[in-house]
Design a binder for this molecule. Structure first.
Ligand code: FAD
Length: 155
């Protein structure tokens, strides 16, 4: 298998709802599990930033299917290249948006990786996008295990 990573950003359609986001994520997780795709989808301020990783052909097919989706537009391909390993292997597709993590924390990451505290993915390099998403993933995993620990304590 030839492992690839693809990064793109896009603009959400004006009428996108919470229900749409939930639907996108559920469909993504189901499809990606079947095709061996892993990754992360970040949504903020009507903009998406997504990383897909997996077999070259599967990543390509998934990306082209996503491009046809009317729930977003103006896609910008930031990177598509062969990689040695997956960065988000635990997730068939994890969705994160500003409600999930403390907003201040996200501003700090954005400032660190893009130089702006605003989310402007179309101005970010592939390296900046990857760093930002890795940091989000790490914090998200930590907050998940923290919740789990609390739940265990309550038992
Ligand atoms: P069908 O359900 O037959 O869809 C037919 C067409 O209708 C497609 O063009 C589809 O995009 C569109 N569509 C489906 N549901 C709706 C709806 N509620 N409103 C309007 N149009 C709709 N899919 C993945 O498999 N993996 C991903 O990682 C992934 N990431 C995504 C990220 C973003 C930002 C968006 C917007 C979508 C993403 N999707 C992802 C969903 C993807 O675009 C397809 O909707 C999905 O893969 C099913 O496509 P289909 O043609 O097989 O299904």
């Amino acid at each position: 298998m030839s492992l690839y990573r693809l990064i793109y950003c896009s603009q959400a359609s004006s009428e996108i709802s919470r229900y749409d986001l939930k639907d996108i994520l559920e469909t993504s997780q189901k499809n990606n599990q079947a095709t061996g795709i892993t990754g992360l989808l970040y949504y903020e301020d009507s903009k998406f930033l997504q990383i897909l990783e997996g077999d070259h052909r599967q990543v390509n097919q998934t990306y082209h299917r996503i491009l046809r989706d009317p729930r977003h537009h103006d896609p910008l391909l930031i990177e598509c290249l062969p990689v040695q390993k997956r960065e988000f292997e635990v997730w068939s597709m994890q969705g994160i948006h500003t409600d999930d993590l403390a907003t201040e924390q996200i501003r700090t990451f954005l400032l660190k990786y893009s130089g702006f505290s605003q989310f402007l993915p179309d101005t970010m390099t592939a390296e900046q996008c990857l760093g930002f998403m890795q940091e989000l993933a790490y914090i998200h995993l930590l907050s998940d295990s923290f919740t789990l620990e609390l739940a265990e304590l309550a038992l």
